[in-house]
Write a protein of this length. Structure first.
Length: 74
């Protein structure tokens, strides 16, 4: 995903936030994961920290963590 597309998707999910300055630091191969985290309500700085910690996780393991976060927010 190109950066501009990524930035627009983030703005759709979290409009009017001041954390957009972290977006360039999100590596291209982690952008989908970053989006998944903010969609379940993780704030952007924390989402960035989590993708850095979980960058070597398999997709299944990452999705399991996202589901746990989502369930805990209900």
């Amino acid at each position: 995903m190109e950066f501009e597309e990524f930035k627009e998707k983030v703005k759709e999910i979290v409009p009017g936030k001041r954390w957009y300055h972290v977006l360039p630091a999100v590596s291209p191969n982690c952008r989908e994961r970053f989006l998944a985290l903010i969609q379940v309500g993780v704030i952007m700085p924390k989402a960035y920290d989590l993708i850095e910690k979980m960058k070597d996780y398999r997709d299944e393991d990452f999705q399991r963590h996202v589901q746990v976060i989502k369930d805990s927010k209900l």
